[in-house]
Design a protein around this ligand. Structure first.
Ligand code: HMG
Ligand code: MG
Length: 284
C-alpha cells in the first residue's frame, strides 16, 4: 500500500488559538499520547513573543516535560534568532521558520514585510544544526489582501528551499481555499519546487480541506499537516478555524487505499482529549 505521512501539529497550531491558558501538564499529556500513535513528526511548541501568542509561552517547559519516544522528531516554530536559541536550548529535534505569501498577513503575524521576515531566517539557517522546515502562509487566500497570486507562493517557497529548508509546508491559513484555487497554486509551485518536498497544511473553515488534500495528492504531495480533534486557528488570521482533523484525514487516506501508519485507537483517544481541552476553553 502507498504511504502518506500526517505531521501532527495539534499541540502547536491546534492549541495556540485557544482562549483558556492551557496548563503545561495538559499539553504534555496530549503530546505523550500522540507520541504513541505512530507519528514521525509532532509540532509541539512555538518560541515566539509571549506578548503575541501567550498560549505558547511555556514551550521550554513543554519540551522538558514530555517523554520523548524513539524515532519521533519534536518540532517548534522559530520566527527569529532569539526563538531559535530558545528552541535549541529546549533540545528540539527540528525547527520551522514561517513566512507568508501575502504582505498583509506577514505584517499582521510577524510585524515585518515578507522580505524582512525571510532576512530574519538567514542567521537561523546559518546556526541551525538540526533540520529546518519552512512554512508559507496564505497560499490561496489572505484575510487582509484577498486572493494570493500563485507565482508569489512559488517564489516564497523557492526562497525557503534556497535557504536550506528540507521541506516546505503550504498553508491555507484561513481555510477558505477552493479546490480550483489549490489547483492553480500547486501548478505554479510544483513547476518551481519538487512536490516530494512539499507538504499541505489545510485549515478546514469552509469544509473543503479534504477536497484540497485530494488536489494536492494529484500533484504528488505525500505529507499533510493535521491536528487531532480539528483544533486550531491563527490568532492573526481572523476567521481561521481549526486545522483539518487528523482522524478525518487518516480515515480519508484509508478509504483511498493509502497507509498512514497511525494507530486508530490512540488517535481517537487523543482527539477526545484535544476536544475536551477546547471545550473547557469554550466554557471560559
Ligand atoms: P515585534 O514586536 O515586531 O518584535 O514582534 P520585537 O523584536 O520588538 O519584540 C517584541 C517583544 O517580544 C520584545 O519584548 C522581545 O524581546 C520579545 P519586550 O522588550 O517588549 O518585553 N521577543 C521574543 N520573546 C520570546 N521569543 C522570541 C521573541 N522575539 C521577540 N522569539 C515577532 C516580532 C516575530 C517576535 C512577533 O511578531 C511574533 O512573535 N509573532 C509570532 C506570531 C505567531 O506565532 N503566529 C502564529 C504562528 S504562524 C501560523 O500559525 C501559520 C502556520 O500554522 C501555517 C498556516 O496555517 O499558514 C505556521
Ligand atoms: Mg496553520
Amino acid at each position: 500500500m502507498s504511504r502518506v505521512e500526517l505531521f501532527e501539529v495539534g499541540p502547536r497550531d491546534g492549541l495556540q488559538n485557544e482562549v483558556r491558558l492551557i496548563p503545561t501538564s495538559e499539553k504534555i499529556a496530549l503530546i505523550d499520547l500522540l507520541s504513541q500513535a505512530g507519528f514521525r513528526r509532532i509540532e509541539v511548541a512555538s518560541f515566539v513573543s509571549p506578548k503575541w501568542v501567550p498560549q505558547m509561552a511555556d514551550g521550554a517547559d513543554v519540551l522538558a516535560g514530555i517523554t520523548r519516544a524513539p524515532g519521533v522528531s519534536y518540532a517548534a516554530l522559530t520566527p527569529n534568532i532569539r526563538g531559535f536559541e530558545a528552541a535549541k536550548a529546549a533540545r528540539v529535534d527540528e525547527i520551522a521558520v514561517f513566512a507568508s505569501a501575502s504582505e498583509g498577513f506577514s505584517r499582521a503575524n510577524v510585524n515585518a514585510s515578507i522580505e524582512d521576515s525571510l532576512a530574519r531566517f538567514v542567521p537561523i539557517m546559518e546556526a541551525a544544526e538540526m533540520p529546518v522546515r519552512g512554512y508559507v502562509s496564505c497560499v490561496v487566500e489572505c484575510p487582509y489582501d484577498g486572493p494570493t497570486p500563485p507565482a508569489k507562493v512559488a517564489d516564497v517557497a523557492s526562497k525557503l528551499f534556497e535557504m536550506g529548508c528540507y521541506e516546505v509546508s503550504l498553508g491555507d491559513t484561513v481555510g477558505r481555499a477552493t479546490p480550483e484555487g489549490t489547483e492553480a497554486m500547486l501548478k505554479a509551485v510544483t513547476r518551481a519546487c519538487d512536490p516530494s518536498k512539499l507538504a499541505g497544511h489545510f485549515h478546514d473553515t469552509s469544509g473543503r480541506a479534504l477536497a484540497n488534500i485530494d488536489v494536492a495528492l494529484d500533484h504528488g504531495l505525500r505529507v499533510f499537516d493535521t491536528a487531532v480533534g480539528g483544533l486550531g486557528g491563527c490568532p492573526y488570521a481572523p476567521g481561521a478555524a481549526g486545522n483539518v482533523a487528523t482522524e478525518r484525514v487518516m480515515d480519508h487516506m484509508k478509504n483511498k487505499g493509502l497507509e498512514t501508519g497511525l494507530d486508530a485507537g490512540i488517535i481517537a483517544e487523543a482527539a477526545t482529549m484535544a476536544r475536551a481541552m477546547r471545550k473547557e476553553s469554550d466554557d471560559v
